[in-house]
Design a protein around this ligand. Structure first.
Ligand code: G3P
Length: 225
């Protein structure tokens, strides 16, 4: 499962990249709005930091297919290869996806709440379909189960589209999808940093250091004892 950062704050992205094996960055219009800067300035900064090989996902906001196609052209012209254009999984979006697929664009079908949206988007040529785990939970359905169903639908129908699960609130949700072997998850920096936060782990490491320093002296380690 690829692990992607769902944020546009460059300092947070840099911090998470420093410690974790990250495959790219996703954004959406609401995430970009938080920066209060020109979207392309923010996105170019992210692209420069993550490099050309990493995935960058950027959403079109037009409600009609022609508008989405125009946005996709500008997005990729500005941000280069390995930029996935996020297209909402609604009828105008499906129309745009088919046009864009024909032109060779990389596509992420977004705003996925149901398996049928994902199935249709996959047939339109999306590389990823992004179910919103937490938002589905908040509607009274099971977001994890929806993501698993979508993964199975893709597999059972020979579709090459991958699940890109989004909208997480905790580690457990991510773990369940990791165990299931879905393609990718995009996660906010605070949830990524919470993945291995555990007092028992910290205590175990502190005990090792204490025992070693008891043997060799304070500040000693395997390079200077
Ligand atoms: O882009 C979709 C996803 O990032 C939504 O996450 O946390 O706003 O539900 P959230």
């Amino acid at each position: 499962m690829k692990l992607i950062i769902d944020d546009a704050h460059i300092d947070l992205i840099k911090r998470v990249y420093e410690y974790y094996p990250i495959d790219g960055v996703t954004t959406n219009p609401s995430i970009l709005a938080k920066s209060d800067r020109n979207p392309y300035d923010v996105l170019k900064e992210i692209r420069a930091f993550i490099g050309d090989e990493a995935e960058l996902h950027v959403q079109a906001v037009s409600k009609d297919a022609n508008g989405m196609v125009g946005e996709a052209e500008r997005i990729v012209a500005e941000l280069g290869k390995n930029t996935y254009v996020k297209i909402p999984s609604v009828p105008e979006g499906f129309k745009a996806m088919r046009i864009l697929k024909e032109k060779g664009f990389l596509l992420t079908a977004t705003a996925v709440y149901t398996p049928m949206q994902a199935f249709v988007a996959a047939k339109c040529g999306a590389s990823y379909a992004a179910p919103y785990i937490n938002r589905i939970d908040n509607m009274g359905y099971n977001g994890i189960q929806v993501a698993k169903n979508i993964h199975d639908i893709f597999k059972n129908n020979g579709l090459h589209t991958q699940v890109l699960a989004a909208s997480f609130k905790n580690s457990q949700q991510l773990l369940e999808l990791c165990e299931y072997g879905i393609g990718a998850s995009t996660v906010a920096p605070d949830v990524i940093e919470g993945l291995v936060k555990n007092e028992a782990i910290t205590a175990a490491i502190d005990d090792f250091v204490k025992d070693f320093e008891g043997l060799t002296g304070e500040g000693k380690n395997m390079s200077n004892c």
